[in-house]
Design a protein around this ligand. Structure first.
Ligand SMILES: [Zn+2]
Length: 383
């Protein structure tokens, strides 16, 4: 197919030299932020974008009509910021509803959305009148809003796994669709949520860079290849870090942008019939991978060694030092992390509104370790 297209272009426009996407260098988040003004349609700087996002959050009048600025929970201290056009927000609503909502619910459904940062991206769902959207603030104590959420009797419940777990302890809620996002869904979290809500959670994978993948009813997570071009940086043992090129966004330009997340590939096709590439899980941020010498220890390696406990943290503070906290045994993980020194510390649960990250690494914040891997071209041979 691509060969035919290339032959057509060559015959029609003989002097046009096709640009290959992989002629462009890969852009990291740090480079994207450094080039922020050149990567958005309004030429706003990162500082201006943050100012606009703060103004919008406070209910101020937008300086750029039609555009919305939002914060995303960042991994490295300062929150990330993104902008969207009205058209993009409409498309986002359509894509999310299209991928998750059974057609019977398009005629009317109540949706409860638990979010840390609100954004017009989400409130725009209200425009689709048949869907009643209820928004709950993940940064406020669950007790403040758990009863109101129960009263809303949502057909669809969307939130971070750690907050959904707390909600399940307080209220009995039976949504027909449960969607987990914003933080990793470990196997024990999926099992717990399934038990608590009577329905298996489906993953929504999105970041300030866009809506990236959606979990299907068979438990797979399908990349949104219909909206975004994906390439993979293979890091071994079936894991990869995605590199995205988004042909649909115009407010912000993502071309060969390295998303610092670790995904676990899935070998076979999915029983749901989706032609989109499936992944078994979004394991976590690339910053959640521990680096011991030249070994890579992933969050699931740590999680399995610790018997899939619920409340714990494992933090690599330095190349040879790891701190373990929670009701887990240091001995259980010493061999896995050898020769790093492993010590115990008191457990601190995530603060209100903070993402649950059980496993994380504090050095190499920009993931320069990924530069030792190369991109596998995610295209057919001969293209
Ligand atoms: Zn599927």
């Amino acid at each position: 197919m691509v060969e035919i297209a290339r032959a057509f272009v060559k015959a029609r426009w003989p002097r046009v030299r096709p640009i290959r996407i992989d002629d462009r260098p890969i852009e990291t988040a740090r480079e994207f932020e450094a080039n922020f003004a050149a990567r958005n349609a309004l030429s706003v700087t990162l500082a201006e974008a943050r100012e606009e996002a703060a103004r919008e959050l406070a209910g101020g009048a937008p300086r750029y009509p039609g555009y919305s600025f939002g914060f995303s929970s960042g991994t490295l201290g300062e929150p990330g910021v993104f902008l969207t056009s009205e058209r993009e927000r409409d498309r986002w609503v359509g894509a999310v509803l299209g991928k998750f909502l059974p057609s019977r619910m398009l005629t009317g459904a109540s949706i409860a959305l638990i979010l840390k940062h609100n954004n017009r991206l989400y409130t725009d769902v209200r425009k689709t009148r048949r869907l009643r959207l209820h928004y709950f603030n993940a940064a406020a104590p669950v007790d403040d809003w758990a009863a109101a959420l129960r009263d809303a009797a949502p057909d669809i419940l969307i939130g971070p796994p750690s907050v959904l777990e707390q909600l399940a302890l307080r209220q009995r809620i039976r949504p027909s669709l449960l969607i987990a996002g914003a933080e990793p869904l470990f196997p024990q979290d999926a099992a717990l949520l399934h038990d608590a809500f009577g329905v298996a959670p489906r993953v929504i994978y999105q970041a300030k860079e866009g809506f990236l993948a959606a979990g299907c009813a068979r438990g797979r997570v399908h990349l949104n290849e219909d909206l975004i071009h994906f390439e993979r940086i293979d890091i071994g043992r079936g894991r990869f870090v995605p590199v995205i090129t988004d042909f649909t966004r115009t407010s912000q330009i993502y071309r060969r942008f390295r998303l610092d997340d670790v995904l676990i590939g899935a070998e076979s096709s999915c029983a749901c019939g989706s032609p989109l590439a499936g992944v078994a899980a979004i394991e976590g941020r690339a910053n959640d991978v521990l680096l011991i010498g030249d070994r890579i220890i992933t969050p699931y390696d740590v999680n399995d060694a610790l018997g899939r406990a619920t409340d714990y943290t494992v933090t690599q503070t330095e190349p040879d030092r790891v701190i373990v906290a929670g009701g887990v045994s240091v001995d259980a993980i010493t061999e896995l992390l050898h020769p790093a020194a492993v010590t115990a510390a008191p457990y601190e649960p995530p603060r209100l509104g903070e993402k649950r990250r059980r496993v994380r690494r504090l050095f190499d914040p920009h993931n320069d370790w990924l530069s030792r891997f190369t991109v596998a071209r995610n295209v057919a041979p001969g293209v």
